[in-house]
Design a protein around this ligand. Structure first.
Ligand code: ADP
Length: 492
């Protein structure tokens, strides 16, 4: 291994394929592999949730009992080890196992979530010590692991083992900050330091906001697209933390997420009825017909089929969609296939839509990875009208699979989708700026109009399919950021 290679401990509450609710899992399951391929020593740590079967994933116990000090108590964890990737991408994954905290049906939404993720974070640090593996970087993700930078600057400050360890904190979505009461400080062993008072953010004076602590204490902060890195400095997108982000904006970098182009490949994806690539686009219609059949829509190769795959949350802009469906169906020949789970009112809204337009709107309320791939590989267009979107992976996967994106120009959507301009012939999708149902409506109609011209449409599909969404470029940007973090840590 090269002498300037870095030891990076990568902490995430979700890692694909072990546990996934959204984009964080995809990133955690692919960025570390790309970093290892660059010659660094990256190891992932995640909790061993009850649903992760050691047999299925071939996990082995490596440490039967790791002692983890938590506040004034000590609790044990068992450490299992597995791996993802192969060849130079092979990446070790450590699992923190503790039946009391993680042996449950779901990943989140328990009253003791703060304690669950504090224990996981603390166990990761103690694991490094036990392995005698001194990380140059601890890379923390989202609120779950945001206390690590705070710990390294307080209770671990004089610990020689972490004397040179720098922290990088990545914000995947500012809307989920992990806000709890004072008791959490006692569990974290930080009671003596109290709440953080910050002149810009009075709302932090009497709560423990995990994400705010990650932002305030990390050596470097990153977020998942350049546009979102700019947006979160404003009150409109800052979710109350724009003040502290502006304060630290010299430490904030936007790096666009990649996707795992090896597994997300229409030429080899085993979930697709028919594999295809840029040279065999003609075969793709078979996937469309199979998809229409599977989700109960009339099998029509000519009708434009629009796909939606998403958490059903306010962030994703479905209120706009709700407002345009009736006129859209009245005046246009179009089919929709929706796959998503989330808030009850969106289930209700889309359920009604499916009842009103059974031949045109198919609603599928499950988390179903194989069906998702079939939608990417069989739909003609992919819709993401998000209110805000830190990066968004859906539009990238869709493009790679030849489904043309229709998106709002925000965050990572703005960084990846370029509006088609018929006067110049440039662009790879259809975009709108204002968060407004008329703007969405006219953009969808624009897409439908262009769909009628196979030559133009084929060009749009090919542009998306040929765009480079691999991690290679972004992984190098992360390495730059790691080196910056080490310089900040050393006070240089
Ligand atoms: P977010 O992280 O906000 O949920 P992203 O677009 O970044 O949004 O990532 C969403 C990921 O989760 C994509 O890989 C998408 O295909 C997947 N996904 C979302 N909902 C479902 C679902 N119901 N079934 C299968 N995959 C889903």
């Amino acid at each position: 291994m090269a002498t300037n290679s870095l030891k990076i401990m990568y902490l995430s509450a979700e890692v694909a394929p072990f546990a996934k609710t959204g984009g964080l899992a995809d990133v955690a399951g692919s960025l570390p592999k790309a970093l290892n391929a660059l010659g660094h020593d990256v190891r992932i740590v995640m909790p061993r949730y009850g649903r992760i079967s050691p047999e299925r994933f071939g996990l082995k116990e490596v440490i039967p009992e790791l002692k983890v000090p938590m506040g004034d108590k000590t609790e044990s964890a068992r450490i299992l080890q597995g791996e993802i990737g192969s060849g130079e991408e092979k990446t070790t994954v450590y699992f923190v196992d503790n039946a009391r905290l993680y042996d449950r049906d779901n990943i989140y939404m328990y009253p003791d979530d703060a304690e669950r993720f504090l224990f996981f974070s603390k166990a990761a640090l103690e694991l490094a010590r036990k392995l005698n593996w001194q990380p140059d970087i601890v890379h923390c993700n989202d609120w779950h692991t945001a206390m690590v930078p705070n710990w390294l600057k307080t209770i671990y400050k004089d610990d020689p083992f972490f004397a040179h360890t720098a922290t990088v904190y990545t914000i995947h979505n500012l809307a989920y900050q992990g806000v709890f009461g004072y008791r959490v400080l006692e569990i974290a062993g930080l009671a003596e330091y109290g709440f953080i008072a910050h002149p810009e953010t009075a709302s932090l004076n009497d709560v423990v906001d995990f994400m705010a602590r990650g932002i305030l204490f990390a050596d470097v902060i990153t977020t998942v697209s350049p546009r979102y890195a700019q947006e979160i400095l404003t009150p409109e997108y800052g979710e109350g933390l724009d003040g502290i982000l502006r304060d630290r904006k010299d430490r904030l970098f936007g790096i666009l997420n990649g996707i795992d182009v090896d597994t997300l490949n229409p030429a080899t994806d085993p979930n697709l009825p028919v594999n295809f690539d840029a040279d065999s686009l003609g075969r793709r219609v078979e996937n469309k017909l199979a998809l229409q059949k599977e989700v109960g829509l009339p099998q029509r190769p000519d009708v434009p089929l629009m796909g939606v795959i998403s958490r059903l949350a306010d962030q994703k802009g479905f209120d706009l969609l709700g407002q345009i469906m009736d006129p859209l169906f009245r005046f246009n020949d179009v089919q929709f296939v929706l796959l998503g789970t989330g808030e009850e009112r969106y289930h209700h809204m889309f359920q009604q839509m499916a009842q009103r337009y059974p031949d045109r709107f198919s609603a599928n309320f499950t988390f179903n990875a194989p069906l998702a791939q079939k939608i990417y590989g069989g739909s003609d267009m992919f819709l993401m009208p998000s209110r805000f979107e830190p990066c968004g992976l859906g539009q990238m996967i869709a493009m790679r699979y030849g489904s043309v994106p229709v998106v709002r120009e925000t965050g990572g959507l703005a960084d990846t989708v370029e509006n088609y301009d018929p006067t110049t012939g440039k662009g790879n999708g259809f975009t709108f700026r204002e968060y407004d149902s008329m703007a969405l409506y006219t953009t969808v109609v624009r897409a439908l109009e262009n769909y009628r011209y196979p030559k133009i449409w084929r060009k749009l599909m090919l542009r998306g399919m040929k765009k480079d969404f691999s991690w290679q470029k972004s992984a190098k940007e992360y390495v730059e950021v790691y080196r910056k973090a080490l310089r900040f840590r050393a006070g240089k």
